[in-house]
Structure formats: C-alpha cells, structure tokens
Ligand binder design. Structure first.
Ligand SMILES: Cc1ncc(COP(=O)(O)O)c(C=O)c1O
Length: 376
C-alpha cells in the first residue's frame, strides 16, 4: 500500500510534463480497481484479475536468469544485436523489423504516440484494452470508439469507416480482445488490411494470440513480412508467464520501426532478455504445452458455466467474460471478501465479469466463490 502511494505520488509529479505521460499497464489497472477494497490484499487471495499466467517463467528461463544475474552490473549493449536477431528470427523477421520494449505496453505507447495526432485519431472498439485509449486521451489525441458486433467481435467495416471519415488514423485492434476474449477472424483482418483508408495505420495487439484454438483466427504477422501498414504488438507477459520481467516488442516494416524506435527507451533488462531468448529456444515445446493446459482449464470452466446456464462470451484467450445477469460490480465487490479477486468493471458491458484462468486449485475456489455470490 505504501509503495503504491509512493508510486502514485511519483506518477503525479511525472505527469506535470506532458512528455512524461506513460501508458498504464494491466497490472496498474487491476491494482487501481483492487485498491478500493482492503480485503483485496489478504494473504491467500486468489488473483484472477490481471490475465497473468500461473505457470510463471519456464524453467529454462529461470535457469538462464540465475546464470546471468551476477553479470547484471553491466549494460551488455554489445549483446543486444544478437538478442534482437533471436527475437525477430522467432517470427521469421529481421532485426530491423522489431523494436523491443518493457512489455508490450511500451511498443503500444510508442505506436500511439507516433501514429496519432491532434487531427489523426486513435480508432478502436468499446470495450477494448484501456492502455492505448487512455494514453491517446492523455496526449490530447482524439479517440473514436466503435460498437462491437452481436458476437462481441470488432466490426472491421466500422473501424475502416471511422478512419475514412477522419481522413486517417491509427486503428487499434486487440485480437483476441481484452476484456471480451473474443477474436476477429482472419478473413475480417484480411479485409481490413486490404481496405485501410489513406493515412491509416493498423495496430494489432496480439498479447493473447498464442491461446487461440480456432483455426479461423490467425496472427497478422504475415502482413508485417509483406511490408503492409501494419504493426503487430507482442508480449512475453502472457503465454510465457513473464509479466514481471517486462518484455514485449512491436513488429513492422523497417520504415515504421524507424519511427517507433526514437520514442522507445531502447533498452530492456539484460536479465529479462536472457530469460526470453532461453524460452524462445524451447518455444516449440513451451507454447503448445502451456496452450494445452490453458485450453483444458478454459474448457472446464465453460462446461461448468453451461451446466448452470450461465452465459459467457466464447473465449479465445486466458480469461473468460461471464455474463452475470446483473451488474457485475456486485461480484467485483463481494468476491474479494471471500478470497477471490476477479477483473475490474468494463463498461459498457456492465453485466460482464472478467475472470483470468488460474491453476486448478484457484479455479475450484473461483467456482465456489462465484457460485455463492451468484446464488445470493
Ligand atoms: C491486450 C493487452 N495488451 C497489452 C498488455 C500489456 O501487457 P505487457 O506490457 O505486460 O505486455 C496487456 C496486459 O494485460 C493486454 O491485456
């Protein structure tokens, strides 16, 4: 609590200068919501509120970090060329097609900063991940939010139409979307890329892409390789379980990366970078294993909800948006008192409760507590 107040004070001082505005992370949003309830900080709280991965960093990453910790007294700039090559190569890209950052928050931040302006809006859906939207507002950039379709996915035609009306903009498409866990099919993304209005950049946030099972949903990374006006943001916080290590990247053609790089810090923790390169070596095992574990937990929760006639949005990520049938704030307030912290409110979906998928034991507690509150 004390450190949070200190951090807030620090943030307040920083915000005196517009240049110091920083995109807030999922963790900070979750913390901001939890801060209202003292119970939320109880010791055995089950935290299902910020879409982290209970598996944590892979064993090979822990080992790699232990190895290099004693060497962390130096910057290791000379090694970052190779680190860039490995991370870019993992997506069949070259080093000049990526820029690394502190999580994907930093690349998202730089993309908003570089490709929106007083006359060029950020265009997205409501609700979407708040970070880029709040940042655009803080920078005084216009924001246009379009409605979701009935299946809770983004309407790509509305996004393109908004960009056309504004004579250009930055379209932020989070796919799968946070908080809905719904995903836009690749045919729709294809259409959007083929129909991007003039002066328009597409930013696809793929924080949760590794969790997708549907064959109809695909990464937008091929568009980066084809040199389209597309930026893909990726993170090691989710499937790789490294949220606290803060590594992510933006991928785009070199001309776009050259616009993002000067706005980025351009250095990440050497220890974190080594954790990532170690994990990438084993990604062909790590990613499918984690995806399968998560998919089972997700299927179990959905089956449990269906048995009880509780509706939910068809999920594609490591969280599920549950329709509680009444204002979800009731759950958000009551559940932490019973030891489970669910997600924050996501207006305009006021009846929906976002729950991050945890371990089997955590999900058992979630079901128990959710059901108590649901039954009243
Ligand atoms: C959609 C989305 N994008 C980006 C982020 C930022 O996370 P990080 O900076 O840890 O990559 C999050 C965090 O939860 C997220 O949900």
């Amino acid at each position: 609590m004390v450190s949070m107040l200190t951090r807030r004070g620090f943030a307040a001082r920083l915000s005196l200068g517009a240049a110091a505005i920083r995109m807030t992370t999922e963790m900070a949003y979750a913390q901001r919501a939890a801060a209202h309830s003292a119970e939320a900080f109880s010791k055995d709280m089950v935290w299902l509120n910020s879409n982290e991965n209970p598996a944590g960093p892979p064993a090979v990453s822990l080992e790699a970090m232990r190895e290099v910790l004693p060497l962390s007294g130096r910057y290791h700039y000379n090694e970052f060329g190779q680190i860039y090559k490995i991370i870019a190569g993992s997506e069949e890209l070259t080093a000049d097609q990526i820029v690394l950052g502190a999580g994907s928050s930093e690349p998202l931040h730089t993309a908003v900063d570089a490709f929106t302006s007083a006359t060029r809006p950020l265009i997205s859906v409501t609700p979407a991940y708040e970070g880029p939207i709040e940042l655009a507002r803080a920078l005084g950039r216009p924001v246009v939010l379009t409605k979701l379709r009935d299946d809770y996915t983004a309407d790509v035609k509305l996004l393109a139409e908004a960009a056309r009306k504004a004579n250009g903009g930055l379209i932020y498409l989070c796919n799968p979307n946070n908080p809905t866990s719904a995903a836009v099919k690749s045919g729709d993304v294809d259409w959007l890329v083929a129909n991007l209005p003039a002066n328009t950049m597409l930013l696809v946030d793929e924080a949760y892409i590794h969790f997708v099972e549907s064959p109809d949903v695909k990464s937008a990374m091929p568009y980066v390789r084809q040199g389209k006006d597309v930026i893909v943001a990726r993170t090691f916080s989710k499937i790789y379980g490294m949220a606290g290590l803060r590594v992510g990247f933006a991928a785009a053609k070199p001309a776009i990366i050259q616009k993002l790089s000067p706005l980025a810090m351009n250095v990440i923790s050497y220890v974190s970078a080594r954790a990532v390169t170690a994990a990438l070596k084993d990604r062909d095992t790590i990613v499918p294993e984690r995806k399968a574990t998560l998919a089972k937990t997700r299927a179990d929760l959905c089956a449990w909800l269906r048995e009880r006639n509780v509706k939910y949005i068809e999920p594609n990520a490591n969280f599920v948006m549950i329709d509680t049938g009444r204002n979800a704030r009731e759950f958000i307030t009551a559940m932490p008192k019973l030891g489970v912290a669910p997600g924050r409110p996501f207006p305009p979906l006021d009846n929906m409760l976002r729950v991050t998928l945890g371990t089997d034991a955590e999900m058992a507690k979630f079901r128990d507590v959710f059901w108590k509150v649901y039954k009243g």
